[in-house]
Design a protein around this ligand. Structure first.
Ligand code: UD1
Length: 419
């Protein structure tokens, strides 16, 4: 297994290119299942999670050619309607195949994802939505089996805003008979992006990006050529890295309007964040101010930025409280940060962070994608040589992170295998 070696102490300077959004790309590969023909996806990030979704659509019968950032997906020979456990266990987002398969073929069989490192993460809201659209949903041998001659539009109120649930039901409703209204929807930019793609394919979706989405079902959809929005979480991660190292970094190809809550926290902590051309510039100098943050559905502070922001607070002056309200078990980075000298106490869903003057390098273990990114950031400022183990978690969601950080002046290298 590869590891990263990071020698801390360099501040980051220069320009970094932000890749396409992983969480926008994954549902977009699934949406291709809704229409027969040849799709082109552009600005696709080169990531292990993308390889996993490509494997899944290939398994279903799609032909995928090309290399990120441009992939050609031909969906005229789909011949399977199931997503086996091997795919779903690698990546939960594989459950997003359920909606499109059910809508297009009247049948889908997708493995239940089960729990994951950051919590139980049920898909009850997805299933409730399919049932409301008239599908018969059963759980058989660890699989969700959904069947419907034809889906019919319905009014569905989500118990809580779920990104994947909103996306799955939106895709299914696009080909249903009649009108669907979804209430209490997730408002993430990736949901809006999916609606944009659906509409380019001939669907009729209105309101995505707000908590109420209306979908007028259509009989048929056409293939699409689409460039994916920039990854706001990758961008946010580099923003924290730039700030904590006292750097000056231009993030090229990203959208400040998708990152207002993260930018506001960085400014509160003492950094400067400005829109510049097609990107965002972050400049900062210690000392940082301690500030509290609570994760919320969009447009609140993203749970996917909680771990990275916590590292900045580890070095801020004073005490901050970081509360995680979206997932129940998302503090796995805390014990590893403690091994690097951070002073953090977990109290239920909150982490109380008392700023320390410095972090010191250690060998640390990556546990999930964003926790790993946080440890990499900690390594950039820790005294000495930090070794990050199990970096396959980072490779799921950060394209070329070693090259991008090194390009900004960080002293970081990937060590192959168990060396
Ligand atoms: C997506 C993102 C993930 C991000 C998360 C929250 C993708 C591929 N992943 O995950 O990076 O951390 O949004 O911003 O886009 N829930 C239920 N029942 C359901 C569905 C969800 O109780 O049927 C709960 C979850 O357990 C969680 C909360 O709702 O506590 C939000 O989850 P959700 O928005 O669905 O996250 P994902 O779509 O899985």
């Amino acid at each position: 297994m590869d590891s990263f070696v990071i020698r801390g102490g360099r501040s980051l300077h220069g320009t970094v290119e932000i890749s396409g959004a992983k969480n926008a790309a994954l549902p977009i590969f699934c949406v291709s299942l809704l229409a027969e023909g040849v799709h082109f996806f552009r600005n696709v990030p080169r990531l292990n999670d993308i390889d996993t979704i490509v494997e899944l659509v290939r398994y279903l019968g799609a032909e995928v050619e090309g290399e990120a950032p441009v992939l050609r997906v031909a969906t005229d020979r789909l011949h399977r309607f199931d997503a086996p456990y091997e795919h779903v266990k690698k990546m939960r987002a594989s459950v997003l195949a359920l909606g499109p398969l059910l809508a297009r073929f009247g049948e889908a069989r997708v493995s239940l994802p089960g729990g994951c490192a950051i919590g139980a993460r049920p898909i009850d809201q997805h299933l409730k939505g399919f049932e409301a659209l008239g599908a018969q949903v059963t759980i058989e041998h660890g699989y969700v089996v959904a069947k419907a001659q034809r889906l019919r539009g319905a009014e569905i109120v989500f118990d809580l805003p779920t990104v994947g649930g909103t996306e799955n039901i939106m895709m299914a409703a696009a080909l249903a008979d009649g009108r669907t209204t979804l209430l209490n929807c997730a408002r993430e930019p990736e949901v809006e992006e999916l609606a944009r793609v659906l509409n380019k394919m001939g669907a009729n979706v209105v309101g995505a990006g707000t908590d109420t989405i209306h979908i007028e079902g259509v009989r048929e959809m056409r293939p699409v050529d689409h460039a994916i929005i920039p990854d706001r979480i990758e961008a946010g991660t580099y923003m924290v890295a730039a700030a904590i190292t006292g750097g000056d970094v231009l993030l090229h190809n990203c959208r400040l309007d998708h990152m207002e809550s993260v930018a506001a926290k960085l400014v509160q902590a003492g950094a400067s964040v400005t829109a510049e051309g097609q990107g965002v510039r972050v400049r900062a100098k210690a000392p940082f101010r301690a500030c509290d943050a609570t994760t919320m559905p969009y447009p609140g502070f993203p749970t996917d930025m909680q771990a990275q922001f916590m590292v900045l607070m580890c070095l801020a002056k004073g005490e901050s409280v970081i509360t995680e309200t979206v997932f129940e078990n998302r503090f796995m980075h805390v014990p590893e940060l403690a091994r690097m000298g951070a002073d953090i106490e977990i109290r239920g869903r909150a982490a109380v962070v008392r700023g320390v003057p410095k972090l010191s390098a250690a060998t640390v273990m990556c546990s999930d994608l964003r926790a790993s990114a946080a440890l990499a950031i900690a390594g950039l400022v820790a005294e000495g040589e930090t070794r990050l183990l199990r970096v396959y978690h980072i490779d799921r969601g950060y394209e070329d992170i070693v090259a991008k950080l090194a390009g900004l002046g960080a002293d970081v290298e990937r060590v192959r295998g168990d060396a």
